[in-house]
Design a protein around this ligand. Structure first.
Ligand code: DOR
Ligand code: ZN
Ligand code: ZN
Length: 444
């Protein structure tokens, strides 16, 4: 037997331990993992000596922008950023311009992304003012429904118990999770001071929002699923942990909320302005602990690109959001190399956990029969430099940070996309768009 591609001499994680193994790939799938001397013949052989062969990261919280915001990011730059960062699947948020509230905008995104993709791309949709106006025909092409209780996606809607339950029920009827940006601040609340910004988007606001959504979830007897985005505060993370219900209530944390604190930046500095804001070392510590204890399921970047001009403005005018696709794998694998995260935890929070939450059967695990979506990562010290990003967003709060892991080769569906700084396929040739869940569609 001969396979298409053999990744030889690399280090593979098996039951949490490092082993030298060969990974064989055939027709886009992992054909097998072999001990030295037992590997099959292959058309192409790549030596991964001294490198880690890992499942590609799956980032379920990405703003790819495009359309009217292509100056911030487009599907080429965003998916190239993913590939360069060792991320093989991204899931795009609906707060684009135009927003994804109807089939037309979703279809535009799908067509645009399909034409120029470098990785797998899935999508979320928002929920219109009248929940009953949601076009259920969109369901099979999306992976979840996203709501922003405080924000522009659907302006002026109050997320009271009734609205939250309607949204949870709609998602549940479609077999999809409801994702929430937890923040109770009023959309019209504008801060005219830096303190005002932090007061509006306080931990209390996050906790109150998480509490309201959990209460609504628990008041439903259907199979509604709720996913809490970018948990940033110790108390909200604890509230989630206390109410955890496997599959029904899940949560994510970003690398920046795990690794940075507000005190690392001057209050005038828009570089690290994001929603939710950076919190305290106490919150960092709690988030880390609860991530390890499965109180928080996964890591997701909230890759939210803006132009340099928009980020370098004075704090109040600067846009919220930072790029994350090219820093997640380096930062999180560094956590492993420095002993603060185990390999088992890394694989769960960056690959298998995200796949489980969105029902991406066949993804997120480096094992026989799974999709050959792979990140080959070298153990190498380097410093993060925004100017080198593939993303159009070059301003990162991790600028200059030393990391110990460098994504070197990225494989999507068995095809090498990126190899040591170079893209070796053209745009639009590899990856699936849209990525679909295989465990949805009850009522469609
Ligand atoms: O900082 C943020 N930026 N938080 C969000 O929730 C939205 C995002 C964006 O789209 O820019
Ligand atoms: Zn958000
Ligand atoms: Zn976001």
């Amino acid at each position: 037997m001969s396979v298409d591609l053999l990744l030889k001499y690399g280090t593979v994680i098996v039951e949490g331990k490092e082993y030298q193994r060969a990974v064989a790939i055939k027709t886009g799938k992992i054909e097998g993992i072999y001990k030295f001397g037992q590997e099959p013949e292959a058309e192409t052989v790549i030596s991964c000596k001294n490198k880690f062969v890992l499942p590609g990261a799956i980032d379920i919280h990405v703003h790819l922008r495009g359309m009217n915001q292509s100056d911030k990011e487009d599907y080429i730059s965003g998916t190239r950023a993913a590939a360069a960062g060792g991320v093989t699947t991204v899931v795009d948020m609906p707060n684009s311009n135009p927003p994804v509230l109807d089939w037309e905008s979703l279809e535009t995104k799908i067509q645009n992304a399909r034409a120029v993709r470098y990785v797998n791309v899935g999508f979320y949709a928002g929920i219109p003012r009248e929940v009953s106006d949601f076009d259920v025909d969109m369901a099979k092409n999306i992976l979840g429904l996203k709501v922003y209780p405080h924000s522009p996606l659907t302006e002026g809607i109050t997320y009271d118990d009734k609205r939250i339950k309607e949204c949870l029920t709609l998602a549940s009827d479609l077999g999809l999770p409801l994702l929430v940006h937890p923040d109770t601040s009023k959309p019209e609340a504008k801060s005219d001071s830096i303190e005002g910004f932090f007061n509006i988007h306080s931990c209390q606001s996050e906790i109150d929002s998480v509490a309201k959504f959990i209460e609504a979830l628990q008041g439903l007897d259907n199979e509604a699923r709720l996913h809490i985005c970018h948990v940033s505060c110790a108390a909200s993370a604890r509230l989630i942990t206390k109410n955890r219900a496997e599959e029904r209530l899940t949560a994510e944390v970003t690398p920046h909320h795990l690794l940075l604190t507000g005190a690392d930046f001057s209050n005038e500095d828009g570089t690290a302005k994001m929603l939710p804001p950076l919190r305290s070392p106490y919150d960092n510590e709690a988030l880390r602990t609860l991530l390890s204890k499965c109180g928080i399921d996964i890591v997701a970047t909230d890759h939210a690109p803006h132009t340099s001009g928009e980020k370098l403005s004075p704090f109040l005018q600067a846009n919220s959001g930072i790029p994350g696709l090219e820093t997640m794998v380096p930062l999180m694998v560094t956590e492993v190399f420095e002993g603060r995260l185990t390999w088992v935890e890394y694989l769960r929070v960056c690959s298998s956990g995200p796949a489980r939450i969105l029902g991406l059967v066949g993804k997120g695990v480096l094992s026989k029969g799974y999709d050959a979506d792979i990140a080959v990562v070298a153990k190498e010290e380097w410093s993060i430099m925004g100017s080198e990003f593939q993303s159009k967003a070059k301003i990162t709060p991790f600028e200059g940070r030393k990391v110990l892991a460098k994504p070197e080769i990225t494989i999507v569906g068995g095809e090498i996309v990126y190899n040591q700084g170079k893209f070796v396929v053209g745009a639009g040739n590899v990856g699936t768009v849209p990525v679909r869940s295989l465990i949805q569609l009850r009522n469609t």
